[in-house]
Design a protein around this ligand. Structure first.
Ligand SMILES: Nc1ncnc2c1ncn2[C@@H]1O[C@H](COP(=O)(O)OP(=O)(O)OP(=O)(O)O)[C@@H](O)[C@H]1O
Ligand SMILES: [Mg+2]
Length: 348
């Protein structure tokens, strides 16, 4: 798939902007605060229903307006689709597909697949286990709404169980919740491990490619439940931890406490990576996710690279763009570089 054009009306700093994209490489450039990232934000809304900058949709509406409208013409193998999002100050956001109003924002999911790299994504290596779980969960959720629902159910049951723990409820009362948690946890871990197994070899290939074979990348899902993936075994573990959890007032084991190990040349990048190494590793991860999206849906996703140049040397940048050819790529930067001659240039 590829985006043919986007129009932004009162979205962030854009009063009325129309941009046409090439199906291959696109470079949006201009000075700071020109609204480059805002364009990527608008596109990514259609992939996730959410902004990657804020949880308050209202902030995306231009300060001088009451309504923001984003329209995209998306080319798919079978033809073009018109996508529209309206964010209203008084109402929630609404999505439209070929002018048909969707009764729930989640209905837009699966129409436009995009993979985003932004400076904020550095949290995948620099941040907390939660940031890494979010990376895994958001990636799987883009492909499977069932997984997203599964996560929500798990969080709900976990929340209720933790309330009981805080109240120091009886073990019998907690039993009911542990039974459900074990079932849900088993499914979540299984899908996360399967996803990591899919992206790991690809991410390793990309890492080696981007570093001229100098650095490799190993990913390992690390669960506090170790290999106890079957619901029965998880339940046993949960029971073993009950007394401790009653003391703590929360559930100390389960997929909500898991992490992803990111290792390059035997060093844990979470603690030891240089800025450039971490950035390269995250790019390798994101490219691997693109490939998995492509394999799973049969349609190449769109790659959004915000401010990717800083901290990458020229060699890595050159290698990066020689690999992104198979995807429509939209990147942003502050100044034009002659290396990007093959790009469709969009000056803001
Ligand atoms: N709701 C809004 N209404 C009007 N302007 C807004 C709104 N939200 C953000 N902006 C403005 O948009 C501009 C930032 O846009 P953006 O972050 O896309 O810039 P950029 O071109 O990516 O800059 P940089 O090169 O620094 O990354 C800021 O000037 C900000 O004040
Ligand atoms: Mg920016």
């Amino acid at each position: 798939m590829n985006i043919e054009s986007i129009s932004l009306l009162n979205f962030r700093n854009h009063k009325n902007l129309n941009v046409n994209f090439s199906p291959k490489l696109n470079f949006i450039y201009g000075n700071n605060a020109k609204g480059k990232t805002n364009i990527l934000e608008a596109i990514y809304y259609f992939a996730t229903t959410k902004s990657f900058r804020t949880s308050k949709d209202q902030l995306s509406i231009s300060t001088w307006a009451d309504t923001a409208v984003v329209q995209i013409v998306l080319k798919k193998s079978f033809g073009s689709l018109d996508l529209k999002m309206i964010i209203d100050k008084s109402h929630k956001k609404t999505f439209y597909l070929n002018d048909e109003k969707l009764n729930n924002p989640s209905k837009i999911l699966g129409v436009l697949h995009a993979v985003l790299f932004s400076p904020d994504e550095m949290k995948i290596t620099k941040g907390s286990p939660e940031d890494r779980r979010d990376f895994i969960d958001n990636s799987i959720s883009e492909l499977s709404s069932t997984y997203y629902t599964l996560l929500l159910r798990y969080e709900k049951v976990l929340f209720s169980k933790n309330l009981l723990l805080k109240k120091r409820a009886s073990l019998e009362e907690i039993d009911v919740f542990d039974l459900q948690l074990a079932e849900l946890a088993s499914k979540i871990i299984k899908q996360r491990v399967a996803f990591i197994d899919k992206i790991a070899p690809l991410a390793n290939q990309y890492m080696k490619y981007l570093t001229d074979e100098k650095e490799n990348l190993t990913l390992k899902y690390s669960s506090n439940l170790e290999t106890f993936i079957a619901p029965g075994a998880i339940l046993e573990k949960l029971k073993n931890f009950r007394l401790k959890d009653l003391e703590l007032g929360y559930t100390s084991i389960g997929p909500h406490r898991d992490d992803l190990e990111i290792i390059s040349n035997d060093k844990d990048l979470r603690s030891f990576g240089s800025q450039g190494q971490q950035r390269t590793a995250i790019l390798a991860l994101k490219l691997a996710v693109c490939d998995v999206f492509f394999q799973t849906t049969g349609d190449p996703p769109i790659l959004l690279l915000d401010d990717v140049f800083s901290e990458l040397d020229t060699k890595r940048i050159q290698l990066l763009f020689s690999t992104t050819n198979k995807y429509q790529t939209i990147i942003t930067g502050t100044r034009f570089r002659s290396k990007l001659a093959q790009f469709n240039k969009i000056k803001l």
